[in-house]
Ligand binder design. Sequence first.
Ligand SMILES: [Zn+2]
Length: 86
Amino acid sequence: MKFSSSLLENAVNELAKLPGVGKKTALRFVLHLLKQDEIQSNQLADSIKRLRSEIQFCSKCFNISDHVLCKVCSSPARKKRAGLCR
Ligand SMILES: [Zn+2]
């Protein structure tokens, strides 16, 4: 696949590393990103960056979480049911 831009080629190659995404699909994604409003592309980039830098694993159940304890483990209702709250 020949590209007219090294930036385009780089984006296609990076997206094609995702499971189930070939170069043709990656190119379709990139062309879509170029067509859409820049704000949306920036939101996607930001969400991926934040996912990698801020994601945690719950210290109790090891589920993917935003905090040290996940929503399930930090739920007061769950603590009550488990007899942990008085
Ligand atoms: Zn948890």
